[in-house]
Design a protein around this ligand. Structure first.
Ligand code: SF4
Length: 358
């Protein structure tokens, strides 16, 4: 990267979190932020073309996002950290992009501690050496509040969208909310905007049956949170009139994560730490099984070892609590028709089961 060029930063696309990221980089670090285009089939094709064949799909999506961001003008790429091989992806992405001839700067967040915001400071200095600590801290706090609010609103939509009387109303308000968040300046603005749109969402007319069908979604971090990578599975389930619960988001898994509590709850099923999101997968499956949910959907990327390890434990919970679990493994080759057929069969099965139990 030419040294005098102003920094134009990009981070891989991931759910709706590009909005708080843009806030942090523009307001806190004083640099331009390039939001990569939403992930599409093309993103995955580009990423897969230059990735090792058997690497898990978050790697391929992230690489595709980087290339699309560079094409959109980014010259500084922020790489994610993680507790599985995700932590090594930064170096590999960097090498591949260099081999492809891209002249960009890399900032590797696996060197920072996600639970200690201060450790980000050193990494951020690589983006802008003249950082103002007070400005970064204030933007970081606003950004974290934004993440929490986005996750809360997402939860509400997930649990109610399947029951709206007029199709598409909640989606429109949700989109308007995300647009409005792009205009906020302070933490107060975030709270106020969220309140306004939450009210609008709650005003949407819904019609819920007396006996609700409750399904919990568990699984691997990226695949569960990036809707394109899981073929919009939550939307598909909601369309069937199902209340969808999903614990896995940035707020729960990073900002308010309590690993000790999880370990305690699942101690009869898991003795040793299994890595990445697998402990949380077991924890929520067990909790929802105990709460009498109608079913669980487990999603992961093909080849995700921590989640593969969690699967036999889920099968045990399924047998102990007589709760059906549907397993999905996504990759660049996943067939849309196959997903639809399996979702239909799963829905029919939980409905029959519910009828029988009446
Ligand atoms: S959690 Fe699984 S899918 Fe996600 S990056 Fe790690 S190994 Fe890959």
């Amino acid at each position: 990267m030419k040294t005098k060029e102003p920094c134009r930063v990009a981070f891989p696309r991931f759910g709706n979190y590009h909005i708080p990221l843009e806030f942090l980089f523009t307001k806190g670090l004083g640099v331009e932020y390039i939001t990569p285009p939403p992930s599409t089939k093309k993103t995955l094709e580009i990423g897969s073309k230059y990735s090792p064949d058997y690497v898990c799909s978050p790697f391929k999506f992230n690489l595709g996002n980087y290339i699309e961001a560079i094409e959109a003008g980014a010259n500084t790429l922020v790489q994610t950290g993680g507790t599985c091989r995700l932590g090594y992806y930064g170096e590999l992405h960097e090498q591949i992009l260099k081999d492809l001839g891209y002249d960009v700067k890399f900032v590797n967040m696996s060197k920072a501690n996600y639970r200690n915001p201060l450790t980000f400071y050193n990494e951020f200095k690589k983006v802008n050496p003249n950082l103002n600590l007070a400005k970064v801290s204030s933007a970081l706090l606003t950004m974290l509040k934004m993440v929490e609010c986005i996750d809360n609103v997402d939860d509400y939509v997930r649990q109610n969208v399947g029951f709206e009387v007029h199709d598409g109303e909640m989606e429109k308000i949700h989109e308007a909310y995300l647009e409005a968040l792009k205009q906020v300046e302070t933490k107060k603005d975030v709270i106020k905007t969220t309140k306004t749109y939450m009210k609008k969402l709650k005003d949407v007319k819904t019609k819920k049956p007396k006996k609700l069908i409750r399904v919990g979604i568990v699984g691997e971090y990226y695949t569960i949170m990036e809707p394109f990578s899981n073929h919009f599975i939550e939307k598909e389930l909601a369309k069937k009139g199902i209340v969808i619960y999903r614990w896995m988001n940035v707020t729960n898994s990073i900002l308010h994560y309590d690993g000790k509590e999880q370990k305690k709850v699942i101690k009869n099923y898991v003795k040793y730490y299994m890595g990445a999101t697998s402990m949380s997968t077991v924890y929520k499956t067990l909790e929802w099984a105990k709460a009498g949910f109608d079913g669980i959907v487990h999603v992961k990327s093909f080849g995700c070892t921590p989640e593969i390890d969690a699967m036999p434990v889920l099968q045990k919970i399924s047998a102990d609590y007589k709760i059906p679990i549907l397993y999905f493994s996504f990759d660049s080759q996943t067939s849309e028709t196959g997903i639809q057929t399996r979702l239909e069969a799963f829905y029919d099965m939980i409905m029959m089961r519910k009828e029988k139990r009446k």
